[in-house]
Design a protein. Structure first.
Length: 268
């Protein structure tokens, strides 16, 4: 397979997408040039300029490739089943359930990789804007007067986001962090800038379990599901990490909820 690989337009990516990496990602029967084309699409979209950013780009492309593979595999299984679902045997049901689980796992991996990539890109853009702020417009007597009368705009803070999916698996509650706490720590360390806030958006597709009662779900959410938001400073977030590594769930700070930073009367 290695002899069939074409060189990427970006030499910095060659060590990542050729040789062992491609042999790991591209399975027999799959086309190497389609994998390389997908990598080129991601490279052109995000234009990574560092090794860490490049790794995130390739990880997202890999997750996308594996997602497409599992979509194709599920389609093949469905095409091989009897047209009438009533004629399916237990083995047919087992097959369709198995490949649906594979697809769900691939979808979550893709969502995690994409979230990390977008978050890191947003941080790079913010840092670039701070380094090269736009030139102020030429002042005229009218604009000077307006500036005195207009309240200065509230600066936009640097924010990282985590998507939390909480599901029931029988009597067990399963919490998935996207990106994980460890992955988010790596992103913050690589960015080299302390974030002002970390937003956690909690999704409860099966309803809000009792151990997440601290989110104070509205009427109906406890049974029907819904969303909750946890807004943390970096120190508050880091204070929760050790306990969350033990429990595997999102923990409460025990403090009153922090209001949205866009509110004019935000006490934080």
């Amino acid at each position: 397979m290695a002899q069939d690989l074409e060189l990427s337009a970006d030499p910095s990516l060659n060590r990542l997408i050729h040789g062992g990496r491609s042999q790991k990602v591209v399975l027999p029967g799959e086309k190497v040039h389609e994998w390389l084309n997908l990598v080129d699409i991601y490279r052109e979209e995000y234009d990574p300029q560092s090794d860490f950013f490049t790794e995130l780009v390739i990880a997202a492309a890999e997750a996308h490739w594996i997602l497409k593979r599992n979509q194709k595999n599920l389609h093949k299984v469905q095409c091989g089943l009897p047209e009438d679902p009533c004629a399916w045997t237990p083995e047919h049901h087992h097959q369709i359930a198995l490949f649906n689980r594979y697809l769900t796992t691939a979808e979550r991996s893709f969502a995690r990789a994409s979230a990390m990539l977008r978050s890191f890109q947003k941080d790079l853009l913010r840092k670039e804007q701070l380094k090269n702020p736009p030139a102020p417009p030429a002042e005229t007597p009218k604009t000077v007067k307006s500036a005195k009368q207009t309240k200065p705009a509230k600066p936009e803070p640097l924010i990282y986001e985590q998507w939390i999916e909480v599901q029931r698996n029988g009597n067990e509650v399963v919490t998935e962090f996207i990106p994980s706490n460890d992955e988010l720590e790596q992103m913050i360390d690589a960015a080299g800038r302390k974030p002002d806030l970390i937003y956690r958006r909690l999704f409860f597709p099966d309803g809000v379990p009792e151990l997440y009662g601290w989110t104070r779900p509205r009427i109906g959410q406890a049974e029907l599901g819904g969303l909750a938001v946890q807004r943390l400073t970096l120190d508050e977030w880091r204070n929760l990490l050790e306990k969350e590594r033990l429990t595997g769930h999102v923990e409460s700070t025990g403090l009153p909820g922090r209001r949205d930073w866009r509110d004019d009367d935000d006490p934080a």
